[in-house]
Design a protein around this ligand. Structure first.
Ligand code: MN
Length: 341
C-alpha cells in the first residue's frame, strides 16, 4: 500500500467510527463515548496487521458489527464496546482476556470471553454434531444474552459480505446460518435479522433457485394485488359492521419459507402462491376468539386446519389463532389472529 492509500484507508476507518456514534439507537452519555473510544483504539491496535478476505483492513469488520449492535438491535454502550472487541482475544497475540478485564472491567471481559469461547467451541466441534445441540449449547452456556446477540450481529455482517469467499465455504456458512442462527434470532424475537439470515442463506446455498423464485414472485405479485385488496376490504367491512376494530394486514410470504414449503410439502410454486395470508390484530384475547367466530361466519373454514396457539402456545412462546378459509371465487385464505402483545 502506498502512503496515500494508507491515509485514505485511515480516513475511511475514522469515518466509519464517527458513523457508529451517530447512528446509535440509544442516547450515548460522555462516559459511554469514552468507553466506546477506548474499545475502538484497542481493536485498531489489535487488528493492525490483519486484513479481511476482501482485502480491506480487518477493523472494518468489528466496526460494522458494533454498528449493527448499536443501530439495528439497539443495545447499550457496554455491548457496543464488546462488539468492537469481539475478535481481539481470538485473533491477536497482544491481548489476553485478562488484559481486557484490566482495561474494561468485568462485564465487558465476560462478554468478550463468551464470544471467544463460542468461536473456539465451533473449531473443536465435529461437523456431525447436530445443529440442534449447538443451538442449545449457545443458549445455555451464556447467561448474558448480549453474548448471543453480538454473535448474531457478527454472523450478520459475515453473511452480508459472503460474496468474496470460495463457493464451498460460502455454502457451509450459509447452511450453518439457516440451521443455527436464523432459529436463534427468531427465538430472541429479532425478526428482521431472522428474515435477512434466511434470505441471504437461501441465496448463498441455492443462487439459481433463489433467483428464479424471486422472479416468479415479482411476476405473481402484480396479479395478486387485486385479489388481496378485494379480500382485505371485504374482511374490514364485515368487522366494521359488527362494530369490531381489528387491524387487517395482508401478509407477504418470504422466499425461504416458500421454498421450504415447496420442498417439505411437495407443492408447486403456484399451489403456495394461490394461498392468501392475512393477519388480524385485535386488542385482547377475548376479541381474538370473537373475531375468529366472525371469520368462520364470513368464509367457510377448511376442516382440520384450525389451530389454537393461544390456549396451547408453541414451544418458542408464540401465541396466535390460525385458521384456513375458502373465500370468494374459491380462493384459499390463511388467517392469523393475535393481540398486539
Ligand atoms: Mn467476527
Amino acid at each position: 500500500m502506498t502512503s496515500t492509500e494508507m491515509e485514505q484507508e485511515n480516513a475511511a476507518i475514522a469515518k466509519e467510527y464517527k458513523k457508529l456514534l451517530q447512528i446509535s439507537y440509544r442516547l450515548l452519555t460522555n462516559d459511554d463515548k469514552k468507553l466506546i473510544r477506548k474499545a475502538f483504539d484497542i481493536a485498531v491496535d489489535a487488528h493492525k496487521n490483519q486484513r479481511r478476505k476482501s482485502g480491506e483492513a480487518y477493523i472494518f469488520h468489528p466496526i460494522a458489527v458494533s454498528k449493527i449492535v448499536a443501530s439495528e438491535i439497539g443495545l447499550d454502550a457496554t455491548s457496543i464496546a464488546a462488539a468492537l472487541l469481539h475478535d481481539v482475544v481470538e485473533d491477536s497475540a497482544d491481548y489476553t482476556i485478562n488484559d481486557i478485564e484490566q482495561l474494561f472491567g468485568e462485564t465487558v471481559a465476560r462478554i468478550v470471553d463468551g464470544l471467544t469461547k463460542i468461536s473456539s467451541l465451533k473449531k473443536d466441534m465435529d461437523v456431525s454434531v447436530q445443529a440442534e445441540n449447538f443451538r442449545k449449547m449457545l443458549l445455555t452456556l451464556n447467561d448474558d444474552v448480549r453474548v448471543i446477540i453480538i454473535k448474531i450481529a457478527d454472523r450478520l455482517h459475515n453473511m452480508r459480505t459472503l460474496g468474496v469467499l470460495a463457493p464451498e465455504k460460502r455454502r457451509r456458512i450459509a447452511r450453518e446460518t439457516l440451521d443455527i442462527y436464523a432459529p436463534i434470532a427468531q427465538r430472541l424475537g429479532i425478526n428482521d435479522i431472522r428474515l435477512e439470515f434466511e434470505d441471504l442463506g437461501f441465496a448463498a446455498m441455492y443462487p439459481l433457485r433463489h433467483r428464479r423464485l424471486r422472479e416468479a414472485m415479482t411476476a405473481a405479485r402484480k396479479h395478486r394485488k387485486e385479489i388481496v385488496a378485494e379480500i382485505h376490504q371485504f374482511i374490514e367491512l364485515r368487522l366494521e359492521s359488527e362494530s369490531f376494530s381489528a387491524t387487517v394486514k395482508g401478509r407477504e410470504k418470504h422466499l425461504w419459507s416458500i421454498y421450504r414449503k415447496m420442498r417439505e410439502k411437495k407443492k408447486s410454486f403456484r399451489d403456495i402462491m394461490d394461498v392468501f395470508a392475512f393477519r388480524l390484530v385485535v386488542d385482547d384475547v377475548d376479541q381474538c376468539y370473537r373475531t375468529l367466530g366472525i371469520m368462520h361466519n364470513i368464509f367457510k373454514p377448511v376442516p382440520g386446519e384450525f389451530k389454537d396457539y393461544i390456549a396451547i402456545p408453541k414451544a418458542n412462546g408464540y401465541q396466535s389463532l390460525h385458521t384456513v378459509l375458502v373465500g370468494m371465487h374459491g380462493v384459499v385464505i390463511e388467517v392469523q389472529i393475535r393481540t398486539k402483545e
